[in-house]
Design a binder for this molecule. Structure first.
Ligand code: FAD
Length: 309
């Protein structure tokens, strides 16, 4: 959206054009509601080289391809997709005003589908993105653990999250090393004992560099290098829930938007779906939550004003 100034009120704005936001846009448009989906083009789905666990695509589908199909489907039914970042959200006259690049838009309901951002290991962006595209770096054991079956795999991180990720991956391969980026591990005695029991090597690091070769990724430490088929950073993620926080919606201790079983946030008229809400951080779950959210929005708006044609 390029024009500045406030535009006419729409039934719903969707913040986020990933699998959750686009699913909601498709549903909302097909409910004959006016919907604008804003997206600043940093979907985690866009980084998926090929997804093999998304049902309906037996040969897999790239994240870029999936998103393009969904955008086209949403637009076919009248949804507007705007390539703008929403920078502010406030309540007004029983609805909302969202601001972007100097302009603003009013909406009766808002769906947040803003996702999360994975924390990355220290690497240049180009090298990092190349590694993800080649499956040398992986961020989602649930999604692509199958692809590393019996391979030599590293996990970067420490503490309970990294411990759980290493243990999860142990069901795919016995050749696993948990490397701390920092030079020391923060694992409980019980976690250390379980890693040892399952044959997972624990290396204190610190990591000085991460290099890509033709078919492997090398983690270098001051006195040695380790070579892996794939490495999973398990460094946590940042939840993109600032807009929800700005209007007083309740968040979990991790920063996810708290929603009820119909995806309603704690602020009336605000909804959340996908990775920004608690869930499995999977495309299928993001889509499922978004379809519930869109239907709830339709029904809640219907209670406010009759939508019968
Ligand atoms: C490398 C990798 C591989 C993966 N593989 C798979 C797989 O095979 N199968 C699977 O099911 N899942 C996979 N996932 C997980 C999957 O990508 C996510 O679960 C999914 O993308 C979540 O969808 P979402 O719509 O909630 O968030 P996202 O896809 O992250 O989309 C959120 C969107 O919101 C936009 N946004 C955020 N804030 C604003 C704002 N203020 N204004 C405007 N726009 C905003 C962002 O730019 C982004 O486009 C993978 C993830 C990664 C990183």
């Amino acid at each position: 959206m390029n024009s500045s100034g406030t535009i006419a009120v729409v039934d719903c704005i969707v913040v986020g054009g990933g699998p959750a936001g686009l699913t909601a846009a498709i549903y909302l448009a097909r409910y004959h509601l006016s919907v604008v989906a804003f997206d600043d083009d940093t979907s985690r789905a866009a980084t998926i080289p090929v997804s093999h666990n998304h049902a309906g695509f037996p040969d897999g589908i790239s994240g870029i391809d999936l998103l393009a199909r969904m955008r086209s489907q949403a637009q076919n039914y009248g949804a507007t997709i705007a390539r703008n970042k929403i920078t502010g959200l406030r309540k007004r006259d029983g609805g909302f005003v969202a601001t972007f690049d100097g302009g603003s838009i009013r909406a009766r309901a808002v769906l947040l589908a803003t996702g999360v951002a994975n924390r990355r290991p220290a690497m240049q962006d180009a090298s990092h993105n190349d590694a993800v595209a080649r499956g040398l770096l992986r961020y989602c054991p649930i999604c692509d653990g199958f692809e590393i079956t019996d391979k030599r795999v590293g996990v970067i991180g420490t503490g309970s999250n990294a411990f759980r990720e290493a243990l999860f991956l142990r069901s795919y391969t016995s050749d696993l090393t948990l490397v701390s980026a920092e030079g020391a591990h923060a694992l409980s005695d019980d976690e250390s004992a379980q890693l040892s029991e399952h044959g997972i090597v624990v290396d204190p690091g610190p990591i000085t560099s991460i290099e890509l070769e033709e078919d492997q990724i090398t983690i270098t430490m001051p006195s040695r290098s380790l070579h892996f088929s794939s490495v999973y950073p398990a460094l946590g993620s940042d939840i993109r829930s600032e807009l929800a926080a700005a209007i007083g919606a309740r968040l979990t201790s991790d920063g996810c938007v708290v929603v009820d079983s119909h995806q309603r946030a704690t602020v009336p008229g605000l909804y959340a779906a996908g990775d920004v809400a608690i869930g499995l951080d999977q495309i299928s779950h993001a889509m499922g939550q978004a379809s519930v959210a869109a239907t709830t929005i339709r029904n809640d708006l219907c209670e406010l004003t009759m939508l019968i044609r």
